[in-house]
Structure formats: C-alpha cells, structure tokens
Write a protein that binds this ligand. Sequence first.
Ligand code: NAG
Length: 258
Amino acid sequence: MAKFFLAFLFVVASVYGQQADSDCPEKNGVFADTVQCDRYYECENFVLSEKLCADGLVFADLGVNSGVGGRCDFPFNVDCKDRPELQPANATANCPRQNGYFAHSDPTVCDQFFFCSSGQANLITCPGGLVFNPNTGTCSWPGEANRAGCQSKDVVAFDCPARVLEADPVGPQFIDPLYADPTDCQYFYVCIGGKEPRRNGCTTGLVFNDLTKRCDRPRNVPDCVDWYKTSEGDLLEPDVLDEVAAPPPKRTNFAGRS
Ligand SMILES: *[C@@H]1O[C@H](CO)[C@@H](O)[C@H](O)[C@H]1NC(C)=O
C-alpha cells in the first residue's frame, strides 16, 4: 500500500512539474511566466531554463514576431496586470529594490528620487516646479504625477484664483490663465484648466506684465520698474529685446534622467 501511494505521489508530482508554461512552445526563444512578471523561460533547442530578471526589473514579452522575444525592463514600461507576482525584494539603503526609479523615502520630499542600479542609489533632483512621477520614472508636473502629498497645493506656493466665468470666453488665456507671481516680477503662474498652478519665468531682464499677460520691459510695468536695478543703480537690460512674449505654458513631461 505504501509503495503504491509513493508511486501515485510521483506521478502527481511529474504531472504538476509539466505545467503549460514550463514546456517550450518553440525550439528557441524566451517566454513570459503566466503569473510572475519578473520570471521568464528560455528555450534552447527545446531545452527549457527558468530565469529571473534582476530585482526591480520585469520581463517585457515582445512576442515571437519581434525577433528579440523579450527583455527585462523597468516596470513602468511593462504591463504586469495579468502576472502581478514578483520575486522577494532585495532592498538596500534608499533602494526598495536593487534596480529602478524610486520616490524619496521621506514622503514630503516630492522633487527628489533615487535611481538604483545594482543596489547603488543615486539621488536625482527634478527641475523647478516638477515632482517625481513613479508611473513614468521621470519628473512631471504635480497634476500629472498625481501623488498624495505632492499635488500643486503641496509644492506650489500659489493658489489659482477662482475665476468668474465670462459670458463670452475666448482663446487659450481663458483655458490656462496667467497670473503674476506676487513675490517675483520675473515669474508668473499658468493655471492649467484654471486650477493647477505651474510656475514659469520671463527671460532675465524682462518682467511679467499682468495687464497684457506677456513678458515686458520693466519700464512698462510700474510695480516692477526697479526689479533688475543693482545696488549700483545699473539697470540690466535683456540681451534679446524683441523676446517679449511670455513663453507658452509647458505641458510636457520632463525627463529626469539622461
Ligand atoms: C542583495 O543585494 C546585495 C547588494 O547588491 C547583494 O550583495 C546580495 O547578494 C543580494 N541578495 C540576494 C538575496 O539577492
């Protein structure tokens, strides 16, 4: 009876050892695991071996027609919805996993993140006004990154004024109105959709004219006439005198890595 039972177990074990994703579907190639996003299989002459992407990377199945088969890539480049499992994380200082782009461990630090490579953390700071976006691994405007505690209201010291909707709205000014930065004549805010403030600046030497909503020479803006006056009384004039239009609001993501 014991012998029969052991033999039965062995049969069960060998059947389970041959799951569909453990068989080579083709002679040569790489194939994604069905449940674990960072596990894949390599077939060489119908000999299957199991592989794991480096901690933090996941397998992108590029399909047999790609000529490449697949590669390990950052999670924001790969759809892991249907195979959500992952290897246990191997964390080191500031790196929740060995590889990837990770938010600062202090949740109130929105504009810095860590790029981790083999467990080595490199601190990267986003350009002014942008915050780390874990969904893209880049720096984004706060409204695009959409992180709790890192919204515009948390990182931008400006509240978009509530607008009185006019009967006859016209032009892009109406969609994304501009407001002078109350603390700095060179700067202004673009309120995207009237709600999300993004700080933008005029060329050095110019100031924002709140009446025309354009960058202008200081002498045309009474409150900012002396903005660039140095202690010696010199007035710095812009190099490019005809560049007086406000730059268009920036809407795109900024790559935080090079
Ligand atoms: C975790 O990462 C460290 C540093 O990169 C490495 O030395 C170690 O072997 C890793 N541990 C495991 C279990 O992979």
